[in-house]
Write a protein that binds this ligand. Structure first.
Ligand code: ZN
Ligand code: FE
Length: 264
C-alpha cells in the first residue's frame, strides 16, 4: 500500500491510498489533480471517502464518481452537496462504528463533530507499506485543530480525545498544510516544550524544501499539539494568563485556547 498527499487549491491535501492498481481518494475537493495523479501512477479509482461537507473536500466528488463509477462513502449527518449527482447504489452514508471496505482494507468510521456537526474520520489498520492511518479532514491538524464552525468546544475536545487515543504510530493524514502557522501559535502557548521546538525545526526544514509536513505521527501530536494537551499545567497556566476569567474546567480551557488561536 502506498499513501500519497495530492496538493490542491492553496493549502489542501487530498489523500490517495493505492495498491499499485486500485486507489481510494479522501476528500477530493478538486477533480483534475486526482485524475492527474491516477494517470501518473497508472491507477483506477475504486472509492471516494468524504469527511465533511465543505466544498474544498467535496467539489470533485460528482465528476470523479461519474468518470470511474466508483463507490462514495460520506457522513450520514452532514449535508452532502453532490448527493443528487451520484446513483443511489453507489453512495453510502456512514457514521461512527461503521466500517468501509475498500482496496481489501477495512476502515473504521469515527464520529468527530466540532468543525462541522456531522464530521467523521476514517481509520485504516496496519497494512504492509502503510501502518495505521487516520484520515481526519479538518479535525486534527499537525500542531493544531480545525475551527469550530458548527460544534462546541466540548464536542471538539471529545472528538480530539477519541483521535488522540488511537495507536501511537498512527499516521495523521489531515487535509491542510497549516503546520507552520499552527506551530507559531503552539510555541506561544507552550514555549518550554522541547519536543515542540524540535518538531518546529523539522517542519521548517521540510517547508524550506517545498515538502509536505504531513502525515504526522500521533505520538508526536500528543507531545506537541496544544489542542491535545489542555490537561497540561503549563498550557492551563498560559490560557489563564491570556483569559483570566476562564473557568478551571477542561472544556472551557479548550474553548479559550481555540478562541486565542482564532485571533492569533
Ligand atoms: Zn472544512
Ligand atoms: Fe478544509
Amino acid at each position: 500500500m502506498t499513501l500519497l498527499p495530492i496538493p490542491a487549491f492553496n493549502d489542501n491535501y487530498l489523500w490517495l491510498l493505492h495498491d499499485g492498481t486500485h486507489a481510494l481518494v479522501v476528500d477530493p475537493g478538486q477533480p483534475q489533480v486526482v485524475q492527474d495523479a491516477l494517470l501518473a501512477h497508472g491507477l483506477s479509482l475504486t472509492g471516494i471517502v468524504v469527511t465533511h461537507h465543505h466544498w474544498d473536500h467535496t467539489g470533485g466528488v460528482a465528476e470523479l464518481q461519474q468518470h470511474w463509477d466508483c463507490e462514495v462513502y460520506h457522513p450520514r449527518s452532514d449535508p452532502m452537496p453532490f448527493l443528487d449527482a451520484i446513483p443511489p447504489a453507489k453512495r453510502h452514508a456512514v457514521a461512527g462504528g461503521d466500517r468501509v471496505h475498500l482496496l481489501g482494507l477495512s476502515l473504521s468510521v469515527i464520529d468527530v463533530p466540532g468543525h462541522t456537526a456531522g464530521h467523521i474520520a476514517y481509520v485504516g489498520h496496519a497494512r504492509p507499506g502503510v501502518g495505521n492511518v487516520l484520515f481526519c479532514g479538518d479535525t486534527l491538524f499537525a500542531a493544531g485543530c480545525g475551527r469550530l464552525f458548527e460544534g462546541t468546544p466540548a464536542q471538539m475536545r471529545d472528538s480530539l480525545n477519541r483521535l488522540g487515543a488511537l495507536p501511537a504510530d498512527t499516521l495523521v493524514c489531515c487535509a491542510h498544510e497549516y503546520t507552520m502557522a499552527n506551530l507559531q501559535f503552539a510555541l506561544a502557548v507552550d514555549p518550554k516544550n522541547a519536543a515542540l521546538v524540535r518538531y518546529s525545526e523539522r517542519a521548517a526544514a521540510l517547508r524550506a524544501e517545498g515538502l509536505p509536513t504531513v502525515p504526522t505521527r500521533l505520538s508526536d501530536e500528543r507531545a506537541i499539539n496544544p489542542f491535545l494537551r489542555v490537561d497540561q499545567a503549563d498550557i492551563v497556566r498560559q490560557v489563564m494568563a491570556q483569559f483570566p476569567k476562564t473557568p478551571a474546567q477542561a472544556d472551557a480551557i479548550f474553548g479559550a485556547l481555540r478562541e486565542w488561536k482564532n485571533n492569533f
